[in-house]
Design a protein around this ligand. Structure first.
Ligand code: 4NP
Length: 162
């Protein structure tokens, strides 16, 4: 089992959208028992809350029903040992993770869009204080990012690596 943790500030907008997209792709490809995805927050201001109403609406419109099962949780110390790959949705989140992460696990940290070899700005923009279009932008970035990461993972599996 290979484990990926997706992290944003509140775990109510960007990382739940990315988790919901990932969950859908893994289920469709029959890979849910091989690759496990979870999401978490740097902050604790939305603990145990459902994702933002706008994120839920946007995900459901795209058919990503897993969004309804997500509740915000904060990154915990064990996450750095238990997950194989920890992807931050923006640079400030990555910086926060780098400050918390023990030295032996720093290699597990990266930006979501950098790991996806995305062209252009590598921050998934925070949609919280914006309008509903911001959530559509985030969903599109998540879809592109997840597709690229899945292709990368599948290539690595074919080469016999995790
Ligand atoms: P997220 O969005 O990090 O994508 O979940 C945010 C959620 C909440 C806040 C900021 C960003 N906030 O300031 O409460």
């Amino acid at each position: 089992m290979y484990r990926i943790l997706l992290v944003c500030l509140g775990n109510i907008c960007r990382s739940p959208l990315a988790e919901a997209v990932f969950h859908d792709v893994l289920a469709r490809r029959g890979l849910a028992s091989v690759l496990q995805v979870d999401s978490a927050a740097i902050g604790r201001s939305h603990l145990k809350e459902k994702p933002d109403r706008r994120a839920i609406t946007c995900a459901l419109a795209g058919g990503y029903r897993h969004i309804e099962r997500i509740r915000s949780r904060q990154v915990k110390a064990q996450d750095f040992a238990q997950f194989d790959l920890i992807l931050a949705m923006d640079e400030s989140v990555l910086n926060a993770l780098q400050r918390q992460c023990p030295p032996e696990f720093q290699h597990k940290l990266d930006l979501f869009l950098r790991f996806a070899d995305h062209d252009g700005d590598l921050d998934v923009p925070d949609p919280y204080y914006g309008n509903v279009e911001g959530f559509t932008t985030v969903l599109r970035l998540c879809e592109g990012g997840v597709a690229a990461i899945m292709n990368k993972m599948m290539r690595q599996l074919e080469l016999g690596r995790p």
